[in-house]
Write a new protein. Structure first.
Length: 256
């Protein structure tokens, strides 16, 4: 691997019991995909870093088969890109992809919320409130991403639409890297917590129209913020890599 993978030495074997002995191939590939996804989310595997099958297989002490399956899974979810004769690499961060993920989420989650609110019970609302408070207290970016997803999915679970829930879950996973970026922007944490609290209150009142309006605004706002941030960062990086113009050499005058 390259220096972009510092902190995740795929050329070294894993110690301990990360993978269970004689694990089924499907389970093994899933665990490898989860480990690689976590390394991408926390920045250990940077955008563009190579995902070499042989190095990954050595790291996890497995054959190439579950590694190929793990990489195919990551590629289908948008975490990795594969090129002919070049192998797989970590997918780059994209301003347009970030915005589109949240646009699609806004439509699907508004639908799920409308279906779920009539079916919420006192128990499911208590669970949602507990998850909302847990996310509000959380300061670790990685754990916050998990708690944020748990809160959102808890709101939609009573809809009883497993295919819709699967699609939303996939989009949450696709957006994890981008959500971590937003977490690091000024004032994000407080704004997000306030928006979650307002959304929960609307669900508790069983006010479907307000809840749907709030979740759409919350998600579209996140998508636009990430799009602006990534667009500006790409512009700054492009300017930083532009060659500096050479100054003119002073003209030397000779006497006649």
């Amino acid at each position: 691997m390259t220096d972009a993978t510092e902190g995740f030495p795929l050329d070294a074997p894993v110690t301990g019991s990360f993978l269970p002995a004689a694990a089924p191939r499907e389970s093994t590939s899933h665990m490898i995909a989860e480990a690689l996804r976590a390394a991408i989310v926390d920045g250990t595997l940077a955008p563009g870093a190579p995902l070499r099958q042989d190095a990954i297989a050595r790291h996890f002490s497995v054959s190439a088969i579950p590694v190929r399956e793990a990489l195919r899974q990551l590629e289908s979810e948008g975490w990795a890109r594969a090129a002919v004769h070049k192998g797989a690499t970590v997918a780059p961060l994209s301003a347009n992809e970030a915005r589109e993920i949240y646009e699609i989420r806004s439509a699907l989650e508004s639908l799920a919320l409308g279906l779920a609110i009539p079916n919420h019970t006192a128990a499911t609302l208590r669970e949602a409130a507990e998850l909302c408070r847990a996310a509000e207290r959380e300061e670790d970016p990685s754990l916050y991403v998990t708690r944020n997803a748990a809160f959102h999915m808890c709101l939609y679970a009573p809809a009883g639409r497993p295919q819709l829930e699967d699609m939303i879950g996939l989009l949450h996973r696709r957006g994890e890297r981008y959500l971590r970026l937003k977490f690091g922007l000024p004032s994000y944490k407080g704004e997000s917590d306030s928006e979650h609290a307002a959304l929960l209150e609307a669900v508790e009142r069983r006010d479907i129209a307000t809840a749907q309006s709030l979740v759409v605004a919350h998600l579209l706002g996140t998508g636009e913020l990430l799009h602006r941030f990534l667009t500006e960062r790409a512009r700054e990086e492009a300017l930083a890599h532009q060659p500096k113009p050479r100054g003119r050499r002073p003209r030397v005058h000779t006497g006649s």
